[in-house]
Write a protein that binds this ligand. Structure first.
Ligand code: ADP
Ligand code: MG
Length: 356
């Protein structure tokens, strides 16, 4: 258990290329479950590998508590790692796999056996010690990998897309399981995923990354409700972002001319700096846009482009005066189809100004 701090950490692989990780500042609190979330190639794995010690930063510093570990070898850092492909030894038993890190730390005999049993119990695999790895399901194999990481009682637990090889249902079960185990062990954990639903469900806090940089850090709800910029708004939950002319502004709101010219008020972060003549980026989530009849009071007229039934809701793409808008509707007007004219309502309480 320890606080992990990254101070302006960068990694440049090729002398001429862009940094894979660019001046990242992060503080992961003691005992926290912290997620690096972003699209493929945004620098998540590289960041995690620098925390583990598999890469050294090109610049910047990494601290575990007050220890500067920036250039410390991986085996000196007391980190437990869990990977997407489990990286288990197929020819060893479950117990031998879990005990691997103990052998290299010279923990042997009854003490080793006790620690292995305890770790297997932690991941709900008590009694599986003598099984062969290929006798286990994917989810069980990933729990063995977790036990192997935890058995050394690491100061930090680092997990790189550990659920990616599991099918959807098992992924949801296993993420709950990982979170339970992490809570019980209260090990400071850094979790890497490109899956925003997974990040939302599991994390105490999330850092959203893009192009090697951190775009926003916050609790899931904060990032969802108050995305800092266009990237975060559209990456998390597919927000609509409308460019609208500012007609007035206050410290925590702006008034914008809506697509039909009617003024809309949107909440805005303090210090937004937007005034008349500026253009504001106003985000609104698909599930917050309301569909009505075309002639309903206060509704904007739009044309249905396509509808997609997803089970829980129907995803409706509409054209709003030339601007595409995504709507997630739990209940649809009966018989709605492409080309129909509908009304859309953008509820002011759900309008939020984001930075470019
Ligand atoms: P993510 O895990 O978010 O998908 P990575 O950290 O793996 O992203 O990669 C970030 C960027 O760094 C990518 O552009 C990738 O191609 C590059 N990269 C990663 N590892 C290496 C490496 N060992 N050598 C050169 N480039 C790398
Ligand atoms: Mg990766």
């Amino acid at each position: 258990m320890v606080e992990v701090r990254l101070d302006a950490v960068s990694k440049v692989f090729a002398r001429s290329g862009d940094p894979a990780v660019d001046k990242v500042d992060l503080t992961i609190r003691d005992g926290e479950f912290f997620t690096l979330l972003g699209p493929s190639g945004c620098g998540k794995t590289t960041t995690l590998r620098m925390v583990a010690g598999f890469y050294f930063p090109s610049s910047g510093r990494i601290f575990f508590g007050s220890d500067d570990v920036t250039r410390q070898a991986p085996n000196k850092r007391d980190t437990g790692m869990v990977f997407q492909n489990y990286a288990l030894f197929p020819h060893l038993s479950v117990a031998q796999n879990v005990g691997y890190g103990l052998r290299t730390r010279k923990v042997r005999g009854t003490e080793a056996k006790r620690r292995i049993d305890e770790a297997l119990e932690q991941v709900h695999l008590a009694g599986y010690g003598s099984r062969r790895i290929d006798q286990l399901s994917g989810g069980q194999q990933q729990r063995v990998a977790l036990a192997r990481a935890l058995v050394i009682r690491p100061r930090t637990l680092l997990l790189d897309e550990p659920l990616s090889n599991l099918d959807a249902k098992l992924r949801e079960e296993t993420r709950l399981e990982i979170r339970r185990i992490q809570r019980e062990a209260s090990t400071t954990s850094i979790y890497v995923t490109h899956d925003q639903a997974e990040a939302m469900a599991m994390s105490d806090r999330i850092a959203v990354m893009s192009g090697g940089t951190v775009q926003q850090v916050g609790a899931p709800e904060e990032i969802y409700r108050r995305p800092a910029n266009r990237f975060v708004a559209t990456f998390i939950g597919r927000s609509n972002v409308l460019s609208l002319p500012v007609v007035g502004a206050g410290p925590e709101h702006v008034d914008v001319a809506g697509p039909d010219g009617v003024t809309l008020r949107a909440a805005a972060p303090e210090g937004h700096g937007l005034g008349e003549t500026a253009t504001a980026l106003v985000s609104v989530r698909p599930e917050h846009v309301r569909l009505t009849g075309p002639d309903a009071a206060g509704a904007l007229r739009a044309t249905v482009v396509e509808t997609e039934f997803t089970g829980m809701s129907t995803h409706v793409s509409v054209d709003l005066a030339g601007t595409p808008l995504h709507v997630a509707a739990v209940q649809l007007p009966a018989g709605l189809s492409s080309g129909d004219t509908v009304g859309v309502v953008l509820p002011p309480e759900h309008l939020w100004v984001v930075r470019p």
